[in-house]
Design a protein around this ligand. Structure first.
Ligand SMILES: Cc1cc2nc3c(=O)[nH]c(=O)nc-3n(C[C@H](O)[C@H](O)[C@H](O)COP(=O)(O)OP(=O)(O)OC[C@H]3O[C@@H](n4cnc5c(N)ncnc54)[C@H](O)[C@@H]3O)c2cc1C
Length: 490
């Protein structure tokens, strides 16, 4: 894969396109492309499978309580993405403090770790054992560097790995850490993990590495990310574009190396160019004539994780001060707990209650994924109580949201399958995959949006390799210059 060295501007006007652009999916990527095109007077058509915009970045509301599907910090190193957010959100873009902790073995660790807290919480004996294990790993690394497990063990030691990396990672990905490729670790683990923090606390790592997850402020739309996407969609329509709901892409006709027509059900969609933020694997399956069997087999080999969010309303305010808590405790199935009133006070309709998000990660076939709402509500309520965070509060309402395909899984060997797909899709010259699942990349929203902005520039004749976003060193998450930052698995 090449490297996208050129830094794009937020495209405004520019050369007129030769025809309409059809965009599959109204999530952050699809809407960013549509917004940019519509602002430039190029009325795009967006077809969206569901009835709402925002994709997995949407904000769900029930009874006045707003729930973000996972808690989306707004951070970007790309000025054009920041400019877009600010343009759309104006004064509704809040600067928020972040507090988060890790729950492990029934104890809360400050996150980022503070030395006194870490030592007190781990205990002197355990701290020394972690240090010894870390020293052994540094002197004689033994892990297989190709795997997440080996990569992390070599850098932090087996003991820290077992305590602070294994259980949470396996909750998120649903496979043993030895089966997860090191690419994910090398891209994301630097952003933050307790291992880094413990090591820093114990002075095992120098403090000059600016680890993004130590940042304690972030930006957030007043009423959640959905506010951004609602406004973008409204603007697309005001500028002459169209966002068509309950219109899934079902078929892509192609001939001679070009997409000739797309279909939603029985409705044909003509266009000169096509941008796809729908799942890459589904796009390949929609090809007519069908993609070669090797390409379809590669699509079937790519796996994903679903997210289950149980929104929980509790009849007490200020249950805990964190924005979110990572639950590393293997005895609890919940992976992360969000406190949405701390993301923005406007996420909760009053000052006497709390809106909590219990996040579960699962795969097809997991009992959890097919469990009914009542079972999930009971589980979330029981587990919230088990953490001790509920205190004297009472759960008064719950709301279950199922988010399919939230995480593309970087299982060892996935790169070869993805390369097969990408190689074939590149032969269709007027089709550009964009976004997170659209490109099967573990992209944050800003990366997803950047791919859309680059793809729009390509429509105007630029030669960006959109696939390079998040693989080029320029796009790495470790921050070396003063800039806002984020960390942690999202
Ligand atoms: C738990 C969690 C936490 C996260 N936290 C952060 C964070 O803190 N900060 C951050 O920047 N990012 C975060 N992200 C990542 C962010 O959510 C994604 O990068 C972003 O939503 C991807 O945008 P997208 O448009 O590529 O895809 P999506 O949001 O998935 O949107 C794709 C759209 O395509 C539609 N679609 C699907 N199939 C079809 C079809 N056949 N036809 C038409 N439409 C279709 C879908 O309904 C959806 O609306 C988080 C993600 C998760 C899961």
């Amino acid at each position: 894969m090449g490297h996208a060295r050129r830094r794009p501007r937020l495209p405004r006007a520019g050369g007129a396109l030769s025809g309409r652009t059809v965009i599959f999916g109204a999530g952050p990527a699809g809407l960013a492309a549509a917004y940019t095109l519509a602002r430039a007077g190029e009325a795009p058509l967006v077809i969206e499978r569901s009835g709402v915009v925002g994709g997995i970045s949407r904000t769900v509301e029930f009874d006045g309580y707003r729930f973000d599907l996972g808690g989306h910090r707004f951070f970007t190193r790309f000025p054009e993405v920041q400019a877009l957010w600010e343009e759309v959100l104006g004064g509704d873009f809040l600067d928020r403090p972040r507090l988060s902790r890790i729950l492990y073995d029934g104890r809360f660790f400050d996150y980022p770790l503070r030395p006194a807290n870490a030592l007190r919480t781990l205990g002197a004996r355990e701290s020394v054992a972690c240090m010894a294990s870390y020293a052994r790993a540094r002197v004689a690394p033994r892990g297989d560097e190709a795997t997440f497990e080996g990569w992390v063990q070599n850098r932090f030691g087996t003991r820290l790995f077992d305590r602070f990396f294994r259980s949470y990672t396996e909750k998120v990905w649903g496979i043993p850490t030895a089966e997860i490729g090191a690419e994910w670790a090398s891209q994301r683990i630097k952003n933050l993990d307790l291992g880094v923090a413990v090591a820093q606390a114990l002075r095992l790592r120098r403090r000059d590495t600016d680890v993004t997850s130590l940042i304690e402020r972030f930006q957030y739309p007043r009423t959640g990310p959905g506010l951004l996407y609602d406004r973008m969609a409204a603007r697309v329509v005001a500028d002459g574009g169209e966002v068509r709901f309950r219109a899934p892409l079902t078929r892509v006709e192609h001939a001679g190396g070009r997409v000739t027509r797309a279909w939603t059900g029985e409705t044909p969609l003509n266009g000169a160019a096509f941008l796809s933020s729908m799942p890459l694997t589904h796009l390949v399956e929609a090809m007519d004539p069908p993609a070669p069997e090797a390409v379809r087999a590669a699509a079937r080999a790519l796996t994903f994780r679903h997210l289950l969010l149980v929104g929980v309303v509790v009849d007490r305010p200020e249950l805990f001060p964190d924005t979110w808590i990572y639950v590393h405790d293997a005895r609890l199935r919940v992976g992360r707990i969000q406190n949405f009133g701390n993301w923005s006070p406007y996420m909760v309709p009053d000052t006497t209650s709390s809106g909590i998000g219990m996040e579960y990660f699962c795969s097809d076939g997991d009992a959890l994924w097919t469990a009914d709402d009542e079972t999930l509500s009971r589980l979330a309520t029981t587990e919230l109580a088990a953490t001790g965070l509920l205190g004297a509060g009472r759960v008064v309402r719950t709301h279950v949201v199922r988010v399919p395909r939230a995480y593309p899984v970087y299982r060892r060997g996935y790169e070869a399958h993805l390369a097969t797909l990408v190689g074939w899709l590149r032969t269709l010259t007027n089709l550009q995959p964009i976004g997170r699942y659209g490109m099967f990349k573990y992209n944050n929203a800003d990366h997803s949006i950047l791919t859309a902005l680059l793809a729009v520039e390509n429509l105007r004749g630029a030669g960006h390799d959109v696939w390079a976003v998040n693989t080029d060193s320029d796009y790495q998450e470790i921050r070396r210059a003063p800039a806002p930052a984020r960390g942690g698995a999202s």
